[in-house]
Design a protein around this ligand. Structure first.
Ligand code: ADP
Ligand code: ZN
Length: 222
């Protein structure tokens, strides 16, 4: 099963994907995490991606498409994947459809997460992530703080703030989302694959709640 997480930065795509991975037993793949790992390891891909990411811009389509193509060849995703952060442009969506078609697969479900803009900015500015690349746990200083300040509950590593998680860069990322990524909503609506979900503290509905509901629906349908 191929599931796509769609939604602006900070809507909780990663959280929903993580919970779904646990409940459905299919791998969570985040292009953002792949890029960040390469930046840390200073690979060729990392050096290219870094300049775009730090400014809040998208990494070019051809580079990103190659990354996903390679990742989808690995055996751990033979039964499916939850794609978080890919596709982000119509060109990437078309390339993905082609890639999957060649394997006799297709996109099965697109989960679109929606959160009010001001809440997104607040949430991203309060976000801290685990510096351990094998853990990558995500915290929110207000909603979901770590037990010990600055330390990951799960693995004890230091928590850091992502370089692109500043108010100025978030605004750029949001602009890019609405210009380049939101046309994908129509792309997948036409295929009847979208499940729209609101994530907002104001209605007491967080990513974990959405993930539980979606997982139950998938299990009841299969
Ligand atoms: P968020 O959804 O919070 O913006 P991600 O971790 O998904 O965070 O992505 C971080 C950055 O990585 C993006 O702002 C973008 O620069 C780059 N990136 C991730 N996925 C893609 C993609 N599919 N195409 C182009 N750039 C991407
Ligand atoms: Zn950790």
């Amino acid at each position: 099963m191929i599931i796509i997480m769609l939604g602006a930065p900070g809507t909780g795509k990663g959280t929903v994907a993580d919970v779904l991975e646990g409940k459905l037993g299919i791998k969570h793949i985040s292009t953002g995490d792949i890029f960040r790992k390469n930046i840390k390891e200073k690979t060729k891909l990392g050096i290219i991606a870094q300049q775009y990411i730090n400014e809040g811009n998208l990494v070019p389509d051809d580079v990103t498409i190659d990354v996903i193509k390679e990742r989808l060849e690995e055996p751990d995703v033979a039964d499916g994947a939850i794609l978080d952060g890919f596709p982000r442009t119509v060109k990437q969506a078309e390339a993905l459809d082609k890639m999957l078609q060649e394997k006799g697969k297709q996109v099965d479900l697109v989960i679109e997460l929606m959160t009010p803009d001001d809440e997104i900015i607040e949430r991203i500015v309060q976000r801290r992530v685990c510096s351990n690349q094998d853990c990558k746990a995500v915290y929110n200083l207000v909603l979901h703080p770590p037990k010990v300040e600055g330390i990951c509950d799960k693995c004890g590593s230091k928590l850091i703030k992502r370089k692109d998680d500043t108010e100025e860069i978030v605004k750029e990322r949001l602009k890019n989302y609405f210009e380049l990524t939101s046309p994908l909503i129509e792309y997948y609506e036409k295929q009847g694959k979208i499940d729209k979900e609101t994530v907002s503290v104001r209605i007491n509905r967080l990513g974990e709640d959405v993930a539980k509901d979606v997982a139950n629906r998938i299990k009841n349908n299969s």
